[in-house]
Design a protein around this ligand. Structure first.
Ligand code: GRG
Length: 341
């Protein structure tokens, strides 16, 4: 898809009228992401092995939103994902690593994004039913929430990951959705925002997971929409960036965690979109590509993904539309059988 002539959403900027530092450095970002896997002689590459499958998801998602799906070779990507599959049906961060919910959701998202979900059936450790079993076994049938792995830490992040992956696999019937939904409601605080477990501090990361899970379950009626939107809009600081909770610093990734909540409940206009968009663009390395948490800091693929996804939600021209519930290209989500029931 050509970035300029592709199906962009139109939005807050006319790109040609922008000064250079406020233009999205598409070619540099694509080159930066493509080169990440060629840096195997760097210590940093091996120090981040425990995040590899997440890293592939972040890089691939950014490339697809930037209009360059060819940026990572499809066959090698599918092979790497399947090499991370384990006998318990879950996926590890890299071949030989233990299974965890966080990598399992990335595996499912990657395969769906490159239209390769049927490839799961060729895995020596079983197809999508086995993956669904791994996820379903992590639900605490008493409380309804989920653990990340067999060791048991519970967090609404894992509940969201289960909803995300199982809805993509069209296997939500493997879990007790009503119990999980009631658990999410119990994580809501007086300010309309959400925490990791009932009574935990409100954090915008948890707004993404809780509101995202309720949206996937088609239960947005449970969200205190005006109170939540007020709390989320207060996350914007004078420099345009967003923080994750009161009194904290801004960070590009909150352009995703905060903005998605507002987008899902139809209140994106409660923040200053143009100021946020300029903040994200100031976090680019326009020479070598990539985005950082704040202007001038070192770039990484996590912030690059959520910066680009945030710009897509803001309607930055030329970007492929992102889906706020899944952080995947919207056209991929629209085709999922789960959304046609
Ligand atoms: C499919 C997009 C996608 C995600 C999978 C893992 C997950 C589900 C969601 C993570 C949601 C979350 C908790 C995001 C927040 C991440 C973050 C930057 C946490 C930092 O917390 P602190 O306390 O930082 O270190 P602050 O900014 O509060 O000081």
């Amino acid at each position: 898809m050509s970035l300029v002539s592709g199906p962009g959403r139109g939005g807050t900027h006319n790109q040609d009228a922008l000064p250079d530092q406020l233009k999205l450095a598409v070619d540099q970002h694509v080159r930066y992401i493509r080169n990440l896997d060629t840096r195997k002689d760097e210590l940093q590459y091996w120090l981040t092995e425990h995040l590899r499958l997440n890293g592939v998801y972040w890089g691939l998602t950014a490339l697809h939103l930037l209009g360059h799906p060819e940026g990572l070779p499809r066959d090698a990507t599918i092979k790497f994902v399947l090499d991370c599959h384990n006998i318990d049906g879950g996926f590890g961060a890299a071949p030989g690593h233990d299974s965890h919910m966080l990598y399992t959701v990335s595996a499912v998202q990657i395969l769906a994004t490159v239209d390769a979900l049927p490839e799961l059936e060729s895995s020596k450790y079983g197809g999508k039913a086995k993956v669904a079993d791994f996820i379903a076994n992590l639900q605490d049938r008493e409380s309804g929430t989920f653990a990340g792995d067999e060791w048991g830490e519970q967090d609404t992040r894992f509940l969201y990951c289960a909803f995300n992956a199982l809805s993509i696999l069209n296997m939500m019937d493997r879990i007790d959705v009503d119990k999980a939904v009631a658990y999410v409601k119990a994580c809501e605080n007086f300010d309309g925002s959400y925490g990791r477990i009932p009574g935990a501090e409100s954090h915008s990361g948890q707004v993404f997971t809780c509101v995202g899970a309720l949206a996937i379950a088609r239960r947005l009626d449970l969200v205190s929409q005006d109170r939540l939107a007020a709390w989320l809009s207060e996350r914007q600081l004078p420099n345009g960036g967003l923080n994750g909770r009161p009194e904290k610093l801004e960070d590009v990734c909150y352009s995703w965690w905060v903005l998605t909540g507002l987008s899902i409940i139809g209140k994106l206009h409660w923040i200053d979109k143009s100021k946020l968009s300029n903040f994200i663009l100031r976090c680019q390395d326009t020479e070598h590509g990539g985005m950082s948490d704040r202007p001038g800091n070192m770039v990484d693929v996590f912030h690059t993904c959520f910066g680009v996804a945030g710009l897509s939600l803001l309607g930055y021209p030329g970007l492929r539309k992102v889906n706020p519930m899944y952080c995947m290209p919207d056209d991929v989500v629209q085709k999922l059988p789960y959304w046609h029931k």
